[in-house]
Design a binder for this molecule. Sequence first.
Ligand code: ZN
Length: 133
Amino acid sequence: MLKIEHLGIAVKELEQSIPLFEQLLNTPCYKTESVASEGVNTAFFQVSESKIELLEATNPDSPIAKFIGKKGEGIHHIAFDVEDIEAEMKRLSALGFELLNSTPKKGADNKLVCFLHPRSSNGVLVELCQEIR
Ligand code: ZN
């Protein structure tokens, strides 16, 4: 793991949360991006070496809609930057961590990503991400 790449925060509406986080972090949102396969719209803020990713559901079946339905808005996942995502997936899987996808998939912000099931990591949804080079 190289560093905390970003924290993902589930929000009901980006339209309200983007200006809120711009004030909070004192930095403009530098990018918004939709990930149709995940049913989310995302918005990114740079905070020194790490980022904040806001996530808004685009449909009621989106994992973000389900999360907010169960837990309300708030911290959704923690993402670690990794050098070699396939090697890291193999390492964690061998240790008994449950991967939510068996091959890396294309995420927002030019990344290959893989999620670990929160039940294998003390309730924390972990995202591994590797920059697409
Ligand atoms: Zn993320």
